[in-house]
Write a protein that binds this ligand. Sequence first.
Ligand SMILES: NC(=O)c1ccc[n+]([C@@H]2O[C@H](COP(=O)([O-])OP(=O)(O)OC[C@H]3O[C@@H](n4cnc5c(N)ncnc54)[C@H](O)[C@@H]3O)[C@@H](O)[C@H]2O)c1
Length: 397
Amino acid sequence: MGRKIAMLGSGFIGRFYADSIHSQRSKDRIVSIYSRREESAQKFAADYETPHWTTAMEEAINHPEVDVVCIALPNNLHEAAVMACCKAKKAVICTKPLGRNAEEAKRMLEAVEAAGIFHGYMEDLVYTPKFSKALQSVQAGALGRILWAKSRETHPGPHSEWFWDKEQAGGGCILDLGCHCVEISRSFIGKDIKPVEVMCWADTQVKPIDAEDHAIALVRYENGAIGQFEVSWTFRGGLDLRDEVMGTEGTIWLNNFLRTGFDMFTTGKGADYVAEKAESNTGWLFPVGDELNDLGYNHMFADMFNAIEQNKAPRESFYDGYVVNAILDAAYRSAASKLWEPVKLDIWRGLEGVAKGASLVDYDEHHYLIKEEKTHFGSTKLILKEKQSGKIIEVTR
Ligand SMILES: NC(=O)c1ccc[n+]([C@@H]2O[C@H](COP(=O)([O-])OP(=O)(O)OC[C@H]3O[C@@H](n4cnc5c(N)ncnc54)[C@H](O)[C@@H]3O)[C@@H](O)[C@H]2O)c1
């Protein structure tokens, strides 16, 4: 028997989630759909053969057949939905960002833990096949000590009015897209490494809104590694999702969406949907083979539902959502103060006091190795540091 799910929200992500949950002959089924408007609840129910629909959120959560509640609602409604799941003692999985800020996220984390219910944070971008393979390599030490992990998500802006309203959304592109980037960098650097402080530039460069539509930030971690995010709602050309990781022994570049190795040209005859937030369907296009898979939804739901069945925590829990919110709160404070701002973590379950990794490589008894390089004229150049004097010397062989 599979999971029986109540989907809260029938919009953009609710439908992606439903496509993924019901895909590939899956045994999991959505048995109840809640939507704000009757016609959209009914339409979703018809499209996904969902036996029960309602415009009352608690009715979907409390539906006797439902054992997992999937929150796909605007950001300002996550907390109320989570609290209703705690009351009903039903497993809950919530889309990103968990809260509009760390205060909301902390309340949600504390509530699910007090209620003793399963909780999963649906950060799909740390479940993509490319990301998972990259993370495996990083964890196996292929890149050595991780020094810098950058993630970029930029597109021409979200698709519903509530995103553009600071009160309902809780922020602009920092919260909407930065939450993905922060969790990607954090995973590469190590989720048990404490994020310490954030420096962020943000501005409203184009759109007539109160929130930021473009931002860049640095997140410093306790072990000296640096995370970076670049986010924008003003980027033209589609959905740009890229990660870069740099370590003492190697580098990874991931191009997740816009340039995936699938290029197509069409004059526009028979033009159709290309990919999320593609701005054109003629000319040279960059389609995505299988969005549900390539964006990590399938792997994410598999992890969530397996974890429920095996009575263990999923890879991403509300605790992770809370840490992400705390980092983003510091980014907002830094954008306002123009200073490095500390990450305030009332709850921290990772390592404490991790020192910066050692970077001295012995060449011989008297020297450290700085660099060795073969030249185009056939010799080997060594740059060494004398241990005793600290002098830097060059040896050519
Ligand atoms: N990759 C991802 O993980 C991803 C992508 C997009 C959106 N999201 C998240 O999913 C959530 C929903 O976003 P979306 O893009 O599906 O939004 P959307 O506007 O397309 O859909 C929201 C749905 O919520 C329901 N709703 C109930 N009360 C509402 C209210 N007062 N106002 C508006 N809608 C109401 C409606 O059914 C509506 O269809 C957000 O938290 C967003 O950040 C996640």
